[in-house]
Design a protein around this ligand. Structure first.
Ligand code: SF4
Length: 333
């Protein structure tokens, strides 16, 4: 089986892939994974919350929204030295990508943005891929990030266009796509995916994948997150997402966006080693790891570096060095 990269996916085609018998789906996804990626390599990323909490947005799943009473303590923008120390420690543990997240609705042209640009430059100079997730962005701001050396910008679609307003009311799907388009006006790569467990239907999941797979080019990185139910948020009582739904979603993303990195992101902490291995077999080739057992905030757990190194070694996998995707893009033209 050999597939090319397409941007004209129909909803019915994606639904048919999602509905394949599970092991057939995983087998096909694993085969495609091997055509586009080194299946031995997993990229390990470290998320640094450079500004935490007090966010004016109302994302129903998020511990950082100022609208919900959660355990998150707001924290102003970190000093650059603190960020550099965390990045250095992450690099020493084999991390090749650092994602810096700020709980902002949008980027403003002020000294804080200048500080972030400075952080991007210095972490990039350490030889790490740097990704930022800072909220909405104009094309001029995207260009400034590009000039600072930014490798990727994360802006998740979260769910389907139809389901979006049940999860977030303070911005629209169109706003989301506009920021992605602004990033696309630069050489910064795009990281965009979604969250399972928001109360969405299978049709919503397929619809979100349809939107992502018809972006041209595809996002170079597609995070698949599993909801971590946070006390105090509207989604605190959502049921856990069944592991087979996670595997189906990863495998379908892998088949329709074959050259993208598919990231098994938030929610991995509650998966067993066997469940994570199944996700890797289905085409996930990236994880987030942390030294302090936290993904982004106190309420989102994340496996530690040591545990992850043991897991990868157990499965015969290795950590991917930085900038491998970029080299591949260059070779593929
Ligand atoms: S997901 Fe981002 S934009 Fe939404 S409330 Fe949380 S920090 Fe704010």
């Amino acid at each position: 089986m050999s597939v090319g990269i397409r941007y004209d996916w129909q909803i019915e085609e994606i639904q048919a892939i999602y509905d394949l018998p599970l092991l057939e789906l995983v087998y096909q996804a694993a085969s495609i994974h091997r055509q586009y990626h080194n299946p031995k390599q997993i990229q390990v990323c470290k998320l640094i919350s450079i500004k935490t909490g007090a966010c004016p947005e109302d994302c129903s799943y998020c511990a950082q929204s100022a609208r919900y009473k959660t355990e998150v303590k707001p924290q102003a923008l970190l000093e650059k030295e603190t960020v550099l120390d965390i990045a250095q420690q992450a690099k020493a543990s084999g991390v090749s990508r650092v994602c810096m997240g700020a709980a902002w609705r949008e980027v403003r042209d002020n000294t804080q943005f200048d500080q972030v640009l400075d952080m991007v430059k210095d972490v990039t100079d350490m030889g790490l891929e740097v990704c930022c997730t800072l909220g909405m962005l104009t094309d001029a701001q995207a260009k400034k990030l590009e000039t600072a050396g930014l490798y990727a910008y994360n802006h998740n679609l979260d769910t389907s266009p139809d389901n979006y307003s049940t999860i977030i009311t303070t911005r629209t799907y169109g706003d989301r796509l506009k920021t992605i388009d602004n990033v696309r006006q630069t050489n910064v790569t795009v990281c965009s995916g979604g969250i399972l467990g928001l109360g969405e239907s299978v049709a919503d999941r397929v619809s979100m994948l349809h939107t992502l797979a018809n972006l041209h080019p595809h996002p170079e990185s597609v995070p698949i997150n599993i909801l971590s139910q946070v006390k105090g948020t509207p989604l605190e009582n959502q049921p856990d997402v069944p592991i087979w739904d996670v595997v189906r979603m990863i495998a379908t993303a892998r088949m329709i966006m074959p050259s993208s990195d598919v990231r098994l992101s938030a929610g991995r902490a509650r998966l067993s080693q066997i469940e994570q291995a199944f996700c890797f077999m289905a085409g996930a080739n990236s994880i987030f790891s942390s030294d302090d057992g936290k993904m982004l905030t106190v309420t989102t757990p994340c496996p530690g570096y040591d545990n992850d190194q043991q897991l990868l070694s157990l499965l015969g996998l290795e950590m991917r060095p930085p900038f491998v995707q970029k080299k591949k893009e260059t070779v593929m033209g």
